[in-house]
Write a new protein. Structure first.
Lengths: 148, 351
């Protein structure tokens, strides 16, 4: 099994865990972008800063659109994703490829999930914890299974 | 967007939330305040969204589905003291957005917690209570509850606001919490309150089986949740025929009514069902499925005549079957709210 295969499967497992949590608590306590972002970061650690900047800028600007321009719902979802794509474009301008294109909306999705959550602070913290656990688990699994 | 946000210009803001009776309560409180010559704005929603500014009424035009932007108020309204708005959100998100960016209320009134909008809020009353309480923002100082279930009130209670439960003197009367809440709310804001018993008698006089051409029925088509339907049915008494209109865009409601029928929350003779999933529904409840059309309504009328027992119409008013049936039974329009519209109704149109 390759590292990429393991990372891919871990995404599926991550999504299933989030789904189970949703069924248990009745709302989305963790952003569904996390199981996709974590393997991405594990495989390409150099994009971590772009993801963090993408999430922070989308969250901040999105909040301004929400509070001052009264954007909400799907309108807000588009705003988060567009801001995220632009931030990723600027931060990873020199290394743009199809991978970056696929990655580009995920920080926006993260910001939207936090925004639309019933408990924003909890969702943000739990998403960060889940992200860390996911990356750590991948690191441990890769070393235990000695996949290349 | 043209207009102003209520929280920027009106000092006292009240959000009317909960499951049933929001429109009635908002209008009741508004009518009392406007009668005292105070500057007041009231927004009610539903199929006919209306905004009342002092003694003027604005009929709001909707293009497509309801949006929270209809809570933006006109700029040239002068000085107003009170704003009473019905929370029109049906999901946790939209209810929260309404509180957070549009109204920013200091007082939230929760009329009751019933099994409605289960697809968005949860499949138990506890989950719905938890969902609704999460929409109450940190600026809120007072939450009034008309809910009588203590377990539900415990879920609604939170540390950062004062929480008061208001009990009806006649709890078995469906809707009796509405005038009681109105009275308490008005007194909290320094007004003289209302004659609660007069309102209770009015509700009582309307909650009875009606008779048309030898057919006995009750039009509960505006009663969209099984908790409320059961309360009304228990109040009316008897073992009726339940006539239910289902809607494709309300799968949670279908599920909730199925639960009510299968678990026999009330005594009933049999079920006639129409609309989406009616075949499945009828199969699971040993009921009768009829087409969602005027032909289906004629057939329902025949069954009502044959059985000679009262019929309770419920579920939804949005279906050809129920509309035709109500027309055949001579039901005209829907009583909007308690009382009449303000005397000086100045119906303007607003885009």
């Amino acid at each position: 099994m390759s590292i990429q295969t393991l990372a891919y499967l871990s995404s599926v497992v991550g999504l299933v865990i989030i789904w189970m949590l949703y069924e248990r608590v009745g709302y989305r306590p963790i952003s569904i972008s996390v199981p996709l972002l974590a393997p991405y970061v594990y495989l390409r650690i150099e994009i971590l800063y772009a993801i963090i900047v993408g999430i922070l800028v989308s969250a901040l600007l999105g909040e301004i659109f929400y509070r001052y321009l009264l954007f909400y719902g799907l309108r807000q979802f588009f705003i988060y994703n567009i801001i995220s794509m632009l931030v990723i474009f600027i931060t990873l301008y020199t290394s743009i490829n199809e991978e970056v294109l696929l990655l580009s909306t995920l920080p926006g999705l993260f910001a939207y999930d936090v925004h639309s959550s019933r408990n924003r602070v909890r969702t943000a913290i739990l998403s960060a914890i889940f992200f860390t656990l996911h990356v750590t688990s991948l690191f441990i699994l890769v070393n235990i299974l000695r996949v290349v | 967007m043209k207009g102003e946000l209520p929280w920027r210009v009106i000092p006292n803001r009240i959000s009317i939330s909960g499951t049933r009776g929001k429109t009635s309560l908002a209008f009741l409180v508004y009518s009392e305040i406007v009668g005292k010559n105070k500057g007041v704005l009231c927004k009610i929603t539903g199929t006919l969204p209306l905004m009342f500014i002092n003694k003027s009424t604005i009929l709001m035009k909707r293009k497509g589905p309801a949006k929270l932007y209809e809570n933006v108020i006109p700029t040239n309204i002068g000085k107003l003291d009170y704003c009473i708005m019905e929370n029109q959100g049906i999901s946790v998100y939209t209810m929260k957005v309404f509180h957070e960016v549009f109204l920013r209320p200091q007082t939230v009134v929760l009329t009751n917690i019933r099994l409605d909008h289960v697809e968005n809020l949860g499949k138990t009353r506890e989950k719905i209570a938890s969902a609704i309480s999460s929409t109450i923002t940190k600026d809120v100082r007072l939450v009034l509850s008309g809910e009588t279930d203590e377990r539900i009130n415990q879920i609604l209670k939170k540390g950062y606001y004062e929480f008061d439960v208001v009990y009806s003197p006649k709890p078995e009367l469906p809707g009796s919490e509405i005038p009681v809440l109105g009275d308490y709310l008005l007194r909290r804001y320094g007004f003289s309150g209302i004659d609660v018993w007069m309102y209770l008698r009015k509700i009582e006089s309307e909650l009875r089986w009606k008779e048309t051409r030898g057919l006995v029925f009750y039009d509960g088509s505006k009663i969209n949740d099984p908790n409320s339907a059961s309360l009304v049915l228990r109040w009316l008494g008897g073992v009726p025929l339940i006539i239910l209109q289902l809607r494709r865009d309300r799968p949670g409601r279908t599920w909730a009514f199925l639960k009510m029928i299968r678990e026999r929350w009330v005594d009933y003779n049999s079920v006639i069902v129409s609309g989406d999933w009616s075949d499945m529904f009828a199969k699971k409840t040993n009921g009768i499925s009829l087409p969602d059309s005027c032909e289906g309504a004629s057939k329902a009328l025949e069954i009502m005549r044959e059985r000679g027992i009262p019929a309770f119409l419920t579920g939804s008013r949005g279906g050809k079957f129920i509309r035709c049936l109500l027309e055949m039974l001579g039901v005209k329009g829907i009583p909007l709210v308690y009382g009449e519209l303000p005397l000086e109704v100045n119906l303007k149109s607003r885009g």
